[in-house]
Design a protein around this ligand. Structure first.
Ligand code: 13P
Length: 253
């Protein structure tokens, strides 16, 4: 069954105290989630255990990391391995976010290595893709996302692919307040599902969860999530306010 997901990406925000307050505020809220609906909270590394402690027993809530390294272990000062994440009870990880691609030189190849490694270790990757404004303006966005997916995911076995969550995040909509229209999101999500269908077949494509990210707010979530191929959102700024994120969670269809 296709999962419907509201995922929070806190990025590099919150002190420990603020993180605890936000996690507790979310934990105190009651959600009437259906069997296929989930909430994923991607917090900065230092708060993973705190998030597990506070949200650990909340039904359908999962804690995610925002990145990990593409090597198993060893002399890589400052990096975080998949085994470290599993040992902290982390179940999901965001990989290949556009900010990591832009500021930390991540490529489709390195992101693809990470995707494979985390799946081998039982963690669900949220694989991010999306084009910048100039690419959309030159009408090359479909081709661009196509190559991100081919180069980042097509080395996976069908079994591994069936574990991936994809997030389409057009860079021009991230943190800008300029959301893709529901039509634009639907068009790209259908395109992504077709790319996966072509390589992996109907069952994997139809069960694939594709999240939209880029200025999702309480006020636009219902419209976006009502599109047939938009299975929820990956939410930055609006996930830092418990009440706003609650509205987004309640907008899952
Ligand atoms: P905003 O919701 O702040 O636009 O961020 C989107 C995003 O990058 C989520 O990963």
């Amino acid at each position: 069954m296709r999962r419907k997901i509201a995922a929070a990406n806190w990025k590099m925000n919150c002190t420990l105290q603020e993180a605890e307050d936000l996690l507790k505020a979310l934990n105190e809220k009651n959600f009437n989630l259906k069997d296929n609906q989930q909430v994923i909270i991607a917090v900065p590394f230092p708060y993973l255990l705190t998030a597990k402690q506070i949200l650990g027993d909340k039904p359908s809530f999962y804690v995610a990391a925002q990145n990990c390294y593409n090597k198993v272990c060893g002399a890589y000062t400052g990096e975080v391995s998949v085994a470290m994440l599993t040992s902290c009870g982390v179940t999901h990880v965001i990989l290949g976010h556009s900010e990591r691609r832009e500021y930390f030189n991540e490529t489709n190849k390195t992101v693809g290595q990470k995707v494979e490694l985390v799946i081998e270790n039982g963690i669900t990757p949220i694989f991010c893709c999306g084009e910048e404004l100039s690419i959309r303006e030159s009408d090359a966005h479909n081709r661009f996302v196509d190559s991100q997916i081919r180069e980042g995911l097509f080395h996976l076995s069908p079994d591994a692919m069936s574990k991936v969550i994809i997030a389409y995040e057009p860079i021009w909509a991230i943190g800008t307040g300029k959301t893709a229209t529901a039509d634009q999101a639907q068009e790209m999500h259908a395109h992504i599902r077709n790319i996966i269908r072509g390589k992996y077949g109907n069952e994997i494509a139809d069960n694939l969860t594709i999240l939209y990210g880029g200025s999702v707010k309480g006020s636009n979530a219902v419209e976006l999530f009502s599109e047939p191929d938009v299975d929820g959102g990956l939410v930055g700024g609006a996930s830092l306010k418990a009440d706003e994120f609650e509205i987004i969670i309640n907008s899952l269809r």
